[in-house]
Design a protein. Structure first.
Length: 403
C-alpha cells in the first residue's frame, strides 16, 4: 500500500461525514425564515438521498472510468458546492436545487472507498474509517451550533463548505498515490488489483445486479442496510427537533445535543476497531444492536434530560459497529468479485432508507407528534435485527455445506 494512502482515505471520510448532520441541526432555526413547516426538511433530504442512490448505483462504472482517487476529489467538490449553495439560499426551492450536487457527491465515493477498504484491509481499519466519518458528523453540529449562537445558520454552512474545499485540495494533491495498481490484499484474501485510477477490482463488472440478487442472503443484507441507515439518519436528523419540540430544550442547546449521537458513533467506532480484532463481524453487529436497544429505552423512559443525553450517546455507540461490520463482511459472505457491485447496491438501499423513512418521520411528527421519535427508532431496530439474524442463518448453512 502506498505510504500515506490510508490517512488520505480517512480524510475523505471526514469530509463525507462533515455535512451529514448539519441540516438537521440547523433546521429548527432555518425553518421560520423560509416560512417552512417542520416536515419540509424531509423534501431536501429526499433529494439528497435520491442523488446519492443514483451515484451509488453508478459507482462501478464511474470508478472503472475515472478511478477511485478522481471520483473522491470530484465528490468532495460537489458536496462543497452544495453547502455553499445552502449558505446563500434565501428561498426553500433554492435549498432543493443545491441538494442535488450535495447528494451526488456522496454515493459513488462512499461505495468505492468502502469496497476498497473491505477488500484490502482488516476489519479494524473499516471501523476506524467510519470513525473518521463520525469525526466529521459530530463536528458538523458543533460548528453549526456555534454559528447559530452567533446569530447565523448561513455562516455555519459557509464554514462547512470552506472546510470541504480545503479537504478537496488535499485530496487533489494526493492523486498520484492512487495510481498504484498492485496494492496487496490482507492475508487469506488472495491477490488482486487495487482500485487505482482507471482500475476496478478484478471481476467487479462481471457480476450483474440480477446475478447478485439471486445469491442467498443478498436481499436480507439489503434490508438490513435499509433499516440501519433509516435508523441512523432519522436519529441524527431529527434529534434536535425532538429535543426542542418534544422535550422543551432550547434550540441552541438542542443543536449541540444532536452531536451527542454522532460523538457516540465516533467513539464507538474507534473502540470497535480494537474489539473487532478478536470479535467476528456478525457478533459486532449483535453487540451494536443491543446498545441501540438500551439507548432507545433510555429515551422512552420518563427519566429526565440526563436519560435523554445518555440515550443519544448509547444509540450512537450501538450504531458504531453495525455499518462497518456489514460492509467488511461483504467480500467474505458474497465473494471478492461482488465486493464493489454489491457495496454499491448496499449503499443505494441504505440511502433509500434515508429517502423514505427519515422524511416519513417528519410527516408523522407534524401530523401526530414528535414524541413518536424513540418509538419509530425502536421499530426500525426490530426489523433490522430480524433480517440480520436471517442473514446469519443463511451464511451458517452455506459454511456448513462447504465444510
Amino acid at each position: 500500500m502506498p505510504a500515506g494512502l490510508l490517512p488520505i482515505i480517512y480524510l475523505a471520510f471526514i469530509s463525507l461525514g462533515l455535512p451529514d448532520s448539519a441540516l438537521g441541526s440547523a433546521w429548527p432555526t432555518m425553518a421560520p425564515g423560509f416560512g417552512a413547516g417542520v416536515s419540509w426538511v424531509g423534501l431536501v433530504t429526499m433529494i439528497i438521498a435520491a442523488g446519492t442512490i443514483a451515484s451509488s448505483l453508478m459507482s462501478v462504472k464511474v470508478v472503472d472510468r475515472f478511478g477511485t482517487g478522481r471520483v473522491t476529489v470530484a465528490s468532495v467538490f460537489l458536496t462543497a458546492a452544495g453547502l455553499v449553495g445552502f449558505s446563500l439560499s434565501d428561498a426553500f426551492w433554492q435549498l432543493c436545487v443545491w441538494a442535488i450536487p450535495y447528494g451526488l457527491g456522496a454515493g459513488a465515493v462512499d461505495a468505492a472507498l468502502n469496497s476498497f477498504v473491505a477488500v484490502h484491509y482488516e476489519s479494524q481499519h473499516m471501523s476506524w474509517l467510519h470513525c473518521m466519518w463520525g469525526v466529521g458528523a459530530s463536528g458538523g453540529p458543533v460548528i453549526m451550533a456555534q454559528c447559530i449562537g452567533a446569530g447565523s445558520w448561513s455562516l455555519g454552512f459557509m464554514v462547512l463548505g470552506g472546510i470541504q474545499v480545503l479537504i478537496a485540495v488535499v485530496l487533489t494533491v494526493s492523486l498520484p498515490l492512487w495510481k498504484d495498481r498492485t496494492l496487496p490484499k490482507p492475508a487469506g484474501r488472495g491477490a488482486g488489483d487495487g482500485l487505482g485510477d482507471g482500475a476496478t477490482e478484478e471481476g467487479a463488472l462481471a457480476v450483474s445486479r440480477r446475478d447478485l440478487l439471486r445469491r442467498p442472503g443478498v436481499l436480507a443484507v439489503l434490508v438490513c442496510f435499509f433499516c440501519y441507515c433509516a435508523l441512523e439518519t432519522t436519529c441524527g436528523a431529527w434529534a434536535a427537533t425532538y429535543c426542542t419540540l418534544a422535550r422543551g430544550i432550547p434550540a441552541e442547546t438542542a443543536a449541540a445535543w444532536a452531536s451527542l449521537f454522532y460523538i457516540g458513533i465516533t467513539i464507538g467506532r474507534g473502540v470497535s476497531g480494537f474489539i473487532s480484532i478478536k470479535v467476528a463481524d456478525h457478533n459486532m453487529i449483535r453487540l451494536g444492536q443491543v446498545l441501540v436497544a438500551v439507548g432507545v429505552a433510555c429515551m422512552l423512559l420518563p427519566l429526565g434530560d440526563g436519560a435523554l443525553v445518555a440515550g443519544l450517546v448509547l444509540t450512537g455507540l450501538g450504531c458504531a459497529p453495525i455499518y462497518p461490520s456489514i460492509i467488511h463482511a461483504t467480500p467474505a459472505r458474497f465473494g471478492d468479485d461482488a465486493a464493489l457491485a454489491l457495496t454499491g447496491m448496499q449503499m443505494a438501499f441504505a440511502y433509500v432508507g434515508s429517502l423514505v423513512m427519515s422524511p416519513l418521520f417528519g410527516v408523522l411528527a407534524q401530523l401526530i407528534s414528535p414524541e413518536l421519535y424513540p418509538f419509530y427508532l425502536a421499530v426500525l431496530l426490530v426489523v433490522m435485527i430480524l433480517f440480520a439474524e436471517k442473514l446469519n442463518r443463511v451464511v451458517s448453512r452455506r459454511r456448513a455445506r462447504a465444510a
